[in-house]
Design a protein around this ligand. Structure first.
Ligand code: CP
Length: 309
């Protein structure tokens, strides 16, 4: 029985464990019944979903498009460069016009933290955050949870290390909230300039020694360096970063035998991860991408069908 009331999905921080479980349960139904009558029971036929992507994206945009189409919705994708934002129109006016054109939901990616929340206060239709600056990337964290649960069952008591550029990462923040709510212990690891001790105030464990951060992890999630959000360099060079924090075949020995490897993508091979590991049987990277469709189907379905406030 579905008991969903939330119209907008802005972040994981405000979701309850029960709401997270509802999204993951429905995603499981979608994944397991792909193309069958069960899936066709849950439809968004006649609804118009507008993907408004003000930052580049491959996985998130395509997955939201496929998700909407799988639910028989009409989907229109708009990129900043092909919109009238380039002519000086504000985000507010753009959204109001999209609503006037009959959109039933807006999926927004934006470089400014808070942009989806801002939009949700302007338009009446559901707003789904597809990544806002370094704030949150809720659909990514939900597909990460789905992928981890699919592999290891309950996450209660599991140790997950998130390694890399934590400071500028919306994926790290959303995953911290998601994993903690599901009972996992989260370690943030990387250079002190990108993983300040201040993150301990969140409730995360902070480690700057790679071997120590990997030693008891059930899963390690790698993050790329988010150059697009950095105005100055936080380490001497990418080669030096790789030499100290890159995950490679040698350092795989520091991981538990059954530990799994995740990465939200895009991967920078040879920087945060070597190909031997990215393409290894321990890697769930492409499982994450595939699971992103079912998870985003669940998000779109719940917010557009049951969302009240
Ligand atoms: N993980 C992720 O958000 O990838 P994209 O930027 O390609 O959407």
């Amino acid at each position: 029985m579905i008991n969903w009331k939330r119209k907008n999905l802005i972040g994981i921080e405000e979701l309850s464990k029960n709401e997270i479980a509802q999204i993951l349960d429905l995603a499981k139904i979608f994944k397991e019944s792909s193309g069958s009558k069960t899936e066709q029971k849950f439809q968004l036929s006649g609804k118009r979903i507008v993907n408004l992507f003000m930052e580049p994206s491959t996985r998130t945009r395509i997955a939201f498009e496929i998700a909407a189409k799988s639910l028989f919705a009409d989907v229109i994708s708009v990129a900043e460069k092909s919109s009238s934002l380039t002519k000086g129109e504000t985000l507010r006016d753009t959204a109001m016009n999209i609503q006037a054109l009959g959109a039933d939901a807006i999926v927004l990616r934006h470089s400014s933290p808070g942009a989806p929340l801002f939009l949700s206060r302007i338009v009446d239709v559901p707003v789904v955050n597809a990544g806002d600056g370094a704030h949150e990337h809720p659909s990514q964290a939900l597909l990460d949870l789905y992928t981890l649960q699919e592999k290891m069952g309950s996450l209660e008591g599991k140790k997950i290390t998130i390694l890399g550029d934590i400071l500028f990462s919306r994926v790290a923040r959303s995953n911290f909230w998601a994993l903690s709510k599901m009972g996992a212990e989260v370690t943030f690891a990387g250079p002190s300039t990108l993983v300040p001790k201040a993150f301990e105030a969140f409730g995360a464990v902070v480690k700057h020694d790679l071997q120590e951060a990997l030693a008891d992890a059930d899963a390690v999630m790698l993050l790329r360096i988010q150059h697009e959000r950095q105005s100055s360099s936080h380490f001497p060079s990418l080669a030096e970063y790789n030499a100290i924090f890159g995950l490679n075949a040698d350092r795989k020995k520091w991981l538990k035998k059954d530990a799994v490897i995740l990465h939200p993508g895009p991967i920078n091979r040879g920087v945060e991860i070597d190909s031997q590991l990215a393409d290894s049987p321990q890697s769930l990277i492409l499982n994450q991408v595939t699971n992103g469709i079912a998870v985003r189907m669940a998000i779109l379905y719940l917010c557009t069908t049951y969302g009240q406030s």
